[in-house]
Design a protein around this ligand. Structure first.
Ligand code: ADP
Ligand code: MG
Length: 379
């Protein structure tokens, strides 16, 4: 059963005996194009998906936040006056959000609620950002804090970076906070400006999880970041966002060839992402798909963050007649691919691509046909 306000109220009533004062939801996300550009001050083009983290809640008179997680069948609580780091677990995301809001000077109030979600955990659809933004929405609702998506996203990123200890960019929280139904958001990661961009009519977005995860991700991610910084330094720009392909090519001789290729990916990916947004405004799925395919090749060959399984998934997806284009999405080395497909044939695409991948790779993928949803809301 899909989650909604009615069944969240029922879940809350099972625990507390009456209806909640508030129900909040914050969605997961998938990035259509613009990969490894966020930490280069560049552009990304994610959409919020129709899977979310939900909390039904009511305020308390004291300063305790008390939450029951339906999915973990577990209760946890903490005091807003003494937030201390505990064992890793779901409550740490909520504590981190409270900590970061208080650090920013917001006066919070206690609340109690029930928590559940249908964003798959650890699948690359950013259930952690959805949980942070749901927690932020809950705390904003009870303490009467205005919902300023970019501000809340920054504080969510800070919670994830500094409290949970995961080095992520701003994209996940910002799209979860500010998404728009039927649209992706072109995000300028420097200005934190968001620009809603319509999905071409008659298209669907399908997420294809390879069911592979790699331990390498953290070290490779840090290495890529360092290479980008080195490239920006040698080009004399604050970030690769400020460089052009022409400028890079002029400097090729003075650069390490690997660093050169890393920079070529980021610079070309920023240009592709801006073009993708223009293409969407023209309603041209063919060109958007072509840009996605080009993005995959750049990530595979220049940035070298793909994997055999991701390449296989993208290849299987691209062979289907309904597919406009496909690419790996997320940090890479495993995780998900994303495809833009003709809506009418989305289910056939999902079934056949999954079957072909499974047959060739001996692994069962998870496939999600997604709709572009609104960002976090309180009802
Ligand atoms: P991802 O963000 O890629 O889904 P993460 O490891 O960053 O994966 O975040 C997953 C964690 O977020 C889970 O281990 C859990 O602690 C928390 N989380 C996400 N969704 C829920 C949920 N519905 N209920 C409780 N905790 C959740
Ligand atoms: Mg996460």
């Amino acid at each position: 059963m899909p989650l909604d306000q009615t069944n969240m109220s029922a879940r809350f009533a099972e625990c507390f005996g009456h209806s909640p004062d508030w129900t909040v939801r914050a969605p997961g996300r998938v990035n259509l194009i613009g990969e490894h550009t966020d930490y280069n001050d560049g552009f990304v083009l994610p959409m919020a998906i129709d899977r979310a983290v939900w909390i039904a809640l009511r305020p308390r008179d004291d300063r305790i936040v008390s939450v029951y997680s339906i999915d973990y069948n577990q209760a946890a609580e903490f005091s807003l006056d003494l937030i201390e780091r505990g064992q890793p677990g779901w409550i740490e995301y909520i504590k981190g959000m409270a900590w970061s809001l208080q650090q920013a000077g917001y006066i919070l109030k206690g609340w109690e609620g029930v928590l559940t979600g249908d964003v798959p955990l650890g699948a690359g659809l950013s259930s952690s950002a959805a949980l942070e933004m749901a927690a932020a929405r809950a705390m904003a609702a009870v303490a009467d804090i205005p919902w300023i998506p970019a501000e809340m996203a920054k504080l969510g990123q800070r919670a994830e970076n500094q409290w949970v200890g995961v080095n992520c960019g701003i994209m996940d929280q910002l799209i979860s906070a500010a998404g728009r139904a039927g649209h992706a958001l072109l995000i300028d990661c420097r200005a934190l400006h968001t620009d809603p961009t319509p999905l071409p009519e008659g298209t669907s977005v399908v997420v294809l999880d390879t069911s592979t995860r790699r331990g390498l991700v953290d070290s490779a991610y840090n290495e890529r970041r360092a290479q980008c910084e080195e490239a920006a330094r040698s080009l004399g720009v604050p970030a690769l966002r400020d460089a052009t392909i022409e400028r890079l090519e002029q400097s090729a001789d003075a650069m390490d060839p690997v660093v050169f290729r890393r920079a070529r990916h980021v610079i070309s990916e920023n240009a592709r992402t801006l073009r993708a947004a223009q293409t969407m405004r023209r309603g041209d799925p063919t060109e958007l798909g072509r840009l996605m395919a080009e993005s995959h090749r750049s990530l595979r060959d220049d940035y070298q963050v793909s994997s055999d399984e991701l390449d296989a998934m993208v290849e299987s997806a691209s062979e289907h007649g309904a597919c406009f284009g496909a690419r790996m999405t997320g940090a890479g080395f495993g995780g998900c691919a994303v495809a833009l497909v003709r809506s009418e044939e989305a289910d056939d695409f999902a079934r056949r691509t999954a079957a072909e991948y499974e047959q060739k790779n001996n692994r069962t993928p998870a496939v999600y046909v997604c709709k572009a949803a609104d960002g976090a809301e309180a009802m």
